[in-house]
Design a binder for this molecule. Sequence first.
Ligand code: KDG
Ligand code: MG
Length: 404
Amino acid sequence: MQISHAYTIVTCPGRNFVTLKIVTDEGAYGVGDATLNGRELAVKAYLDEHVIPCLIGRDPRNIEDTWQYLYRGAYWRRGPVTMAAISAVDMALWDLKGKLAGMPVYQLLGGRSRRGAMVYGHANGRDHAEAVEAVGRYIDQGFKAIRVQAGIPGLSKVYGVGSGSEAGGYEPAQKGLPPEEPWDTALYLRHTPELFRKVREKYGFDHHLLHDAHHRLTPIEAAQLGKSLEPYRLFWIEDATPAENQESFRLIRQHTTVPLAVGEVFNSIWDCKDLIREQLIDYIRTAIVHAGGITHVRRIADYASMYQVRTGFHGATDMSPVCMAAAINFDLWVPNFGIQELMPHTQETDAVFPHSYRFEDGYMVMDEVPGLGVDIDEKLAAQYPYDRAYLPVARLSDGTMWNW
Ligand code: KDG
Ligand code: MG
């Protein structure tokens, strides 16, 4: 059996997605997500120009060898573009192998460890009252875990809060050049504990609450935030500080017992090695699409399991349903599962990517479907041409560029 051809499909049913399809000489195929928000065409070009020519004629069943060939065999290792491209190939090959075996990918990984994967939804509000109300709607839908974000008095706009809509707060990336949003850490540190006090006061302690700091804090500020949120017993604080310098998490750990999650921007095990080995984090958030596919994320999860670090994969809407399907297959198997992020895609996106996963009473479940259990409707995808868009950037009030 050989790979006879492979191609990328770019579609924008509300936001841009890049999908890789790998086809064999026997007509079987697999799909992989290659979406890198705001840099989509770089991954497409990497695949089209540099990876796909090397895939033709290879045995698609040798997933590990193909992974090593693309990673170890390339002089230029790692980085988001390279790793998103490798991830897409890897996902497509696991999908294909599952179809050939007549089994879901979670069966190939070792079978189910759980009935469903607990997910967290996004409750947002332009102010505290709106966010507190949004939490109630998630509770009514059956969510066991809810991430809470709110606008900050004094800031005209806050990332991830959006219009307070159910869509999850992250508006699709912006048309034109990157929009600029204001940031003020002092205001954020002053108002955030109050938000969680109000949520706990209204709904009690029966639900898991999470919060994303989006890399905006220095380590000592993150430590302050952690301490101030301890009374509200959070499931985690995410991306408390940028993690290029992994040792900065030591300082946060010295000061607070709030669980820490990080890793949605990580590309490989090397980005999380010290954080895991030194037990500086509790949850690793690498996405299947950004950290080398199932093959590499499995390595990360296994390493994490030695240190009681659990998974909590990134699941925002800028990863396509192909990535979500891969993540849920993985979540159903991985022994050290923690939680899965869930932001519902738009109806247009769901129609382009028919899938077998679904939300049931706080969990994502999926049927016994061969492969990843997701597909792409190429005709429908062609109706939504690529539309360049960017994530916003953050600036302090004096104009200084600030962290993502
Ligand atoms: O592409 C960036 C978004 O996916 C990211 O900002 C969303 O932080 C995010 C999250 O936790 O879902
Ligand atoms: Mg995040």
